[in-house]
Design a protein around this ligand. Structure first.
Ligand SMILES: [Zn+2]
Length: 95
């Protein structure tokens, strides 16, 4: 439990009514040596990560349900494209 004001990472804002619906798939290891370059605050049940590796990038969503994390990922795309999607995700324009 994190107290308000102690969060260092960003939170996703509420999804807009006409937001882009991302395709979340079961994790599939296609990229080697991926690293997280950005992530949302772990105080929320859903944590989003921006992962890059091998010149590509994808988003990962981990949902904590009854202490059991369930992860889904978007299809790998270019790093610049993934950063645009990441920004849209944080601002509620994509989810
Ligand atoms: Zn937080």
């Amino acid at each position: 439990m994190t107290l308000v004001g102690e969060c260092l990472s960003p939170h996703v804002t509420m999804a807009q009514r006409d937001h882009i619906r991302l395709e979340w798939r079961m994790p599939y290891r296609v990229l080697e040596r991926t690293r997280q370059v950005a992530w949302t605050c772990f105080c929320r049940a859903s944590v989003y990560e921006l992962c890059e590796g091998g010149g590509q990038a994808f988003l990962r969503r981990t949902v904590q349900l009854d202490g059991k994390p369930t992860a889904h990922e978007t299809s790998p795309c270019s790093i610049s494209e993934a950063r645009v999607i990441w920004t849209a995700l944080l601002s509620g324009r994509a989810r």
